[in-house]
Design a protein around this ligand. Structure first.
Ligand code: HEM
Length: 266
């Protein structure tokens, strides 16, 4: 009679090690369910024909996190005051250990973030991934786009050099020409009669507190919806919604007209 192979017994040392690792995880899981949640997030099913274009959202997320980390480091040394802002940026770039790298990453990373944001949006648009049931996630994405660009606008003033100053003058004046709320928006952004110290502290507060906070919250909602709804398949996929839908042959000779069908079937 064949004997089923048995697993080699774990050594007492290994058992102790596993117990030591599992104890805090079990403790956390029992009280929060977080471990199960993370496991679900990491090992959930995605369409088998997902491709590199599906990584653009995560790439955008990574770029945003790099901005958050480098931004926190810069905020430790930056001084949002018209008399010292420019000098503090020079000090970061020239005197601090690796300051040039952190500042460079934040400055160039801003462009990388915006470019990836547009690439990700283009992928969602071209794959038709904004359609039912993902319209709400598209709307959340539009808000992310607006806040992302506001982040760039408010950050541009902070070096307080000629380029920063005049670019902001142009930006605020452009806003001022908008209908109805334009002049109020321009006044709010300026924080006074003209662009000066008040504007700088206002932009700094928006740039490092208000807008990143909103972006973090919106990303949370965005990812919740991605997990809840699942990632969509590429349009050419056999798994895509409607892939199994076969249109009945036309009986009235007027082919090409849309016919009502169940929701999500193309
Ligand atoms: C900070 C900005 C953003 C981050 C971090 C982000 C992140 C992500 C991630 C990780 C995914 C899942 C993987 C993928 O499909 O790439 C995703 C999906 C999606 N995103 Fe974004 N996204 C951002 C901005 C946007 C924008 C600007 C739009 C559109 C206006 C958008 C619309 C969508 C939609 C509709 C999906 C679902 C796609 C599908 O199921 O195939 N996102 N996003």
């Amino acid at each position: 009679m064949a004997v089923a192979p048995t697993r080699p017994k774990k050594s007492p040392r290994r058992q102790k090690l596993e117990a030591a690792i599992n104890y805090p995880l079990d403790w956390l899981e029992e009280r929060s369910g977080l471990v199960g949640g993370v496991r679900y997030f990491l090992f959930r099913k995605v369409p088998s024909d997902s491709n590199w274009f599906h990584t653009l959202g995560s790439a955008t997320l990574t770029a945003f996190l790099v901005q958050a980390v480098t931004g926190v480091i810069l905020a430790m040394y930056y001084k949002p005051d018209p008399n010292s802002a420019y000098q503090s940026i020079n000090h970061i770039t020239n005197d601090l250990t690796l300051g040039w790298l952190v500042r460079g990453m934040h400055k160039w990373g801003a462009s990388v973030f915006i470019i990836l944001l547009f690439f990700h949006m283009a992928r969602v648009f071209l794959f038709g991934a904004y359609k039912y049931p993902r319209e709400l996630n598209w709307i959340v994405g539009v808000l992310l786009l607006v806040f992302g660009m506001l982040e760039g606008f408010t950050g541009y003033l902070l070096p307080w050099d000629q380029t920063a100053y005049w670019a902001t003058v142009v930006g605020i004046n452009l806003n001022g020409t908008g209908p109805i709320i334009g002049p109020f928006l321009a006044d709010f952004l300026k924080g006074g009669g003209e662009i000066g110290g008040e504007t700088l502290s206002r932009f700094y507060s928006l740039h490092m507190l208000v807008i990143p906070g909103a972006i973090f919250a919106l990303i949370g909602l965005h990812l919740y919806l991605v997990v809840r709804l699942g990632v969509s398949s590429p349009p050419w996929s056999r798994e895509a919604a409607g892939g199994e839908y076969t249109e009945p042959p036309s009986t009235n000779g007027r082919s090409g007209l849309t016919r009502p069908g169940p929701r999500g079937n193309g």
